[in-house]
Design a binder for this molecule. Structure first.
Ligand code: PCA
Length: 204
């Protein structure tokens, strides 16, 4: 089994993106699963292009995309990607689409095909705070999830894909005040290793 795990480059004025910091620390093999990691630009067009290139290159049986959702607590496992781009801030290329589709001819939404609820349960059992989320937003992360699921539906219908949002790191949160939720990078890496195991299991 092979899994592609992606993280994003920093955006929105942050110096780091914990998604890539955690993803790049993953081992190359987890329980016999080969792990390929790729950093995606936080830009609608280049992000999609980089994802599609990685998908064509490795044709992975499982894909877990990872991003930052600053302000959220714990891991949030996204259930759905929607056909909408509505950016609150410009992406890293200065592009700020409003009320546009990801794919003009695509369906309104795709559900994640990874076992989202089982993954949340497994993470919780290992003391990693995690919950299901029913919105990945309308920025680059949602775009990547939609693009991933759209590609898999057409090109590799037996493959499964999904998305995890991570909170700020301790350092990022501390710079913003006392009430901002955070998770240590070590815990994120431990949680992602487990998420890879759970994503590679057979139950849906
Ligand atoms: N988070 C943003 C895009 C990149 C990232 O890490 C989002 O939630 O859309």
């Amino acid at each position: 089994m092979n899994i592609l795990v992606t993280g994003f480059e920093p955006f929105g004025g942050e110096a780091v993106n914990p998604s890539w910091e955690a993803v790049r620390r993953l081992p190359a093999h987890i329980d016999g699963v080969t792990v390929t990691t790729v950093q995606l630009p936080t830009a609608f067009q280049r992000g999609e292009q980089a994802l599609l290139r990685a998908l064509e290159d490795c044709r992975p049986e499982r894909v877990l995309c990872v991003g930052l959702a600053g302000g959220r607590k714990g891991f949030t496992l996204e259930r759905v990607g929607i056909n909408l781009r509505d950016a609150r801030i410009p992406d890293n290329d200065g592009f700020q689409p409003e009320d546009r589709p990801v794919r003009p001819d695509g369906p309104a939404a795709y559900f994640a095909t990874l076992p989202v609820k089982d993954m949340v349960l497994g993470l919780n059992r290992a003391d990693i705070p995690a919950a299901v989320s029913y919105s990945a937003g309308t920025y680059v992360c949602n775009d990547i999830l939609y693009t991933l699921l759209d590609w898999q539906a057409r090109e590799m219908p037996d493959a499964r894909g999904g998305f995890v949002h991570l909170p700020y790191t301790r350092e990022q949160a501390a710079a913003k005040g006392a009430d901002v939720p955070w998770m240590s990078l070590d815990e994120m890496v431990r949680g992602l290793e487990l998420a890879v195991r759970l994503a590679s299991g057979e139950s849906r």
